[in-house]
Design a protein around this ligand. Structure first.
Ligand SMILES: Nc1nc2c(ncn2[C@@H]2O[C@H](COP(=O)(O)OP(=O)(O)OP(=O)(O)O)[C@@H](O)[C@H]2O)c(=O)[nH]1
Length: 463
């Protein structure tokens, strides 16, 4: 069994503490002084070095990043090389957060490694300039090197975990786009299964030799299942059931073939068994596709909007596109006002109808290149691509008015009037999508605070 997060933290904290204890007080002092006095210059050099790399430019060149990351990086190096004074569990938790942000943004791990190598090189050069005695110089270098390595190791562990889960969502999204038309694929595969069954029945009815019947596993359906179906439905119990019923069917037929002189009664038994097996496979495949349409196609079952779990994949991609093409885009968080009251007064079904109505208005009033997610219970997220803040404001204002003008019919009482509040934030160049969502969310919070049925634009707080 692999180490739990707690075991890993304990192990790293133990080794980090050992390194700190083994390093002389004099070496700690030298390193901490360099951290205080010279780190800003080293970070300048780091930027210059990294910005010469095309891949790194994507992540580092925005004004936002330049302004914020310089200070953050200085602080990070200072904390890591002055770890003698640190509360280690907090320092470890901080490294983990950095790793998670890197994974979210999608910074390649080799870029981080290269940046750290440059920083180490500069630190060693700087230590050499002090002309320390060799024991002290060795001690200080060893400490700098290993303390940075430990920090990077924790970061990488967190990075890998987050990246693996992001990759899974990306894969789901890929399947969703591949299978945009799951019902078409389902019909095609069921027809191909039926086709094989018809050929088999024909062979039995006309007394054709069974050798002429293509094994099910080699037929079009069998090949699709082997190469695509299994991958598509990944690790569901039905997959191995389908696999074994197919194998059983082929083995059964081969058994009859070997018998050679199967009489009519035996042929009827064969026919019944095979047809029964095909029914089983067909039901299992239909069930898998149904499940896929409900969950894996990425749509929220109630509103038919995109599921929230695709937000990271899509935002990361849109941020990449926006950075490369310098095009604006806007994120809008939308929330139905006083929704709890609707549920409480009219019941959950009417609540659901209200959600569907708002979702339909949102979906029908954006361009097909925009995205509409169901973000939470009665919260939605819109992503207006290639749109400026003022354009997005007009679009969402129109949607707000439409929601006001579309009462929900209950069938029994007066129609219910709904309103929505929205918070808007334009992409500011920072590659971390979570910051963007948080900013739009805080604008939504102000829209609620300021009376609801209104839209607020995020404004950066003065730093
Ligand atoms: N009918 C229905 N209700 C849901 C669903 N998901 C979440 N809710 C309900 O949505 C309500 C959200 O209530 P609150 O978060 O208090 O917000 P609110 O009443 O809209 O108030 P404000 O947002 O402050 O205007 C809760 O009562 C949830 O139970 C759903 O799928 N269907």
């Amino acid at each position: 069994m692999s180490n739990s997060k707690e075991d890993y933290d304990r192990l790293v904290a133990g080794e980090w503490q050992q390194l700190i204890t083994l390093t002389s007080a004099a070496a700690h002092q030298v390193v901490a002084r360099i951290g205080r006095e010279d780190i800003s210059l080293m970070v300048d050099d780091f930027y210059q070095y990294m910005l010469s790399d095309k891949d790194a430019q994507i992540f580092l060149s925005s004004q936002q990043v330049k302004q914020r990351l310089h200070a953050t990086l200085c602080q990070w190096i200072q904390q890591v090389i002055s770890s003698a004074d640190a509360v280690l569990p907090d320092l470890i938790a901080a490294q983990r957060r950095v790793g998670e942000v890197h994974a979210r943004i999608g910074i390649p791990i080799d870029l981080v490694a290269r940046g750290i190598r440059r920083l180490k090189e500069r630190l060693y050069q700087r230590l050499q300039q002090d002309m320390l005695d060799s024991k002290l110089c060795y001690d200080a270098m060893r400490f700098c090197s290993l303390t940075l390595d430990i920090a990077i190791e924790v970061m990488t562990t967190a990075y890998s975990r987050s990246f693996a889960s992001a990759a899974k969502h990306k894969e789901n999204y890929r399947l969703y786009t591949l299978l945009d038309n799951a019902s078409l694929e389902r019909e095609r595969q069921l027809a191909s299964l039926l086709n094989w069954e018809n050929r088999f029945i024909y062979a039995i009815a006309t007394g054709l030799p069974l050798e002429d019947v293509e094994p099910l596993q080699r037929a079009e359906f069998g090949l699709w299942f082997q190469h695509k179906g299994k991958h598509l439905f990944e690790q569901v119990a039905e997959i191995s059931q389908i696999d074994s019923v197919m194998a059983e069917t082929d083995t059964f037929i081969i058994g009859f073939q070997a018998n050679g002189t199967a009489d009519m009664q035996q042929r009827n038994l064969l026919l019944r068994t095979v047809r029964n097996n095909i029914r089983i496979i067909s039901t299992l495949v239909s069930g898998l596709f149904d499940e896929l349409s409900r969950y894996e196609n990425g749509k929220d079952p109630l509103t038919q909007l995109l599921n929230r779990r695709f937000v990271p994949t899509i935002l990361r991609r849109e941020i990449g596109l926006a950075i490369r093409s310098d095009a604006p885009f806007v994120v809008v968080m939308v929330d139905i006002d006083y929704f709890k009251r609707i549920n409480d007064t009219y019941g959950h079904d009417i609540g659901d109808a209200a959600l569907k109505s708002v979702a339909a208005i949102l979906a029908e009033n954006v361009r097909s290149s925009d995205y509409v997610f169901r973000f939470g219970g009665e919260e939605f997220m819109l992503l207006f691509v290639e749109t400026t803040q003022s354009q997005a404001l007009m679009l969402i204002e129109r949607i707000r008015t439409l929601v006001c003008a579309t009462p929900i019919r209950t069938g029994v009482s007066q129609p219910i009037n709904l309103t929505i509040s929205a918070g808007l934030c334009a992409f500011d160049g920072h590659p971390d999508y979570e910051r963007l969502i948080k900013k739009a969310d805080s604008a939504l919070y102000y829209a609620k605070q300021n009376g609801r049925n209104r839209i607020e634009i995020h404004k950066d707080q003065p730093q």
